[in-house]
Design a binder for this molecule. Structure first.
Ligand code: ADP
Ligand code: ADP
Ligand code: ZN
Length: 218
């Protein structure tokens, strides 16, 4: 059983690698960013409440996030394992997750930490394009990982590609700051817990994948 967290700065390739691992292991990749963007799209009360945080690149309040995660990983498809992408993002969330897993009698098996520099993160996020189909949200890069069939369409589902509203230079800068102050402390947190698997992220997508597979011991 694999219960995995993807950790790394924005742009490190968590989403890309979570999808690859998901196909390989047959367990869902759970992206909190995707969950929240879908909620905003549905224009529910909750969606309206969280939209302002996402637009500003701020973290959504813990009560909302913890509940969304505990419900999602209790769904049928996630009972055989899960890959979390975008959660936890600070020590408070990590402690909540420990509690959620304990209550469910489950254990965290691996925290995959993908390391890249801030300069590389900026290059990747400013060229990122995502599938506009909220059920897919496959991630591409205009230069490093363009779609193979049509430059403006998703290879997987054929929908148009778009740029995320928060992938603008100012919001990216702010999100990177939030990462350094809030999320980076999780590296030590999980290293001490003995579950950190560190991989070099500044190499091709396929080489990062190979490194992750080796680090987890699949
Ligand atoms: P994250 O989920 O960590 O924010 P993504 O998986 O969305 O990162 O990747 C960010 C951008 O970088 C996307 O445009 C993606 O296509 C591209 N990318 C991902 N992995 C690599 C890599 N190893 N080399 C170059 N570009 C990459
Ligand atoms: P990124 O990691 O590139 O900033 P995500 O797609 O993971 O983008 O998340 C987009 C936005 O959703 C975040 O800026 C934040 O507002 C919200 N969000 C996602 N995950 C969390 C989380 N674990 N805790 C609080 N807010 C979150
Ligand atoms: Zn798609």
């Amino acid at each position: 059983m694999y219960n995995i967290i993807m950790l790394g700065i924005q742009g490190s390739g968590k989403g890309t690698q979570a999808e690859l691992l998901s196909s390989r292991l047959g367990i869902p990749a759970v992206s909190t960013g995707n969950l929240f963007r879908a909620e905003i799209e549905r224009r529910t009360g909750l969606g309206l409440e969280i939209a302002k945080y996402v637009e500003a690149g701020e973290l959504i309040p813990p009560a909302i996030v913890d509940q969304a995660i505990s419900e999602r990983i209790a769904e049928d498809d996630a009972l055989r394992g899960f890959i979390l992408d975008g959660y936890p993002r600070n020590i408070g969330q990590a402690e909540s997750l420990t509690k959620i897993l304990e209550d469910a009698g489950r254990v965290l098996t691996d925290v995959v930490f993908i390391r890249i520099s801030d300069e590389e993160a900026m290059r990747r996020l400013s060229g990122r394009r995502v599938c506009s189909n909220k059920k897919c949200e496959a991630s591409y890069h205009v230069e490093f990982n363009p779609p193979q069939k049509d430059p403006n369409k998703c290879d997987r589902c054929g929908n148009d590609l778009m740029q995320r509203d928060d992938d603008t230079v100012d919001t990216i800068k702010h999100r990177l700051e939030v990462y350094h102050s809030e999320t980076a402390p999780l590296i030590e947190f999980y290293r001490r817990a003995g579950v950190l698997r560190e991989v070099e992220g500044e190499q091709s997508i396929i080489n990062v994948e190979t490194a992750i597979v080796a680090a987890i011991g699949i």
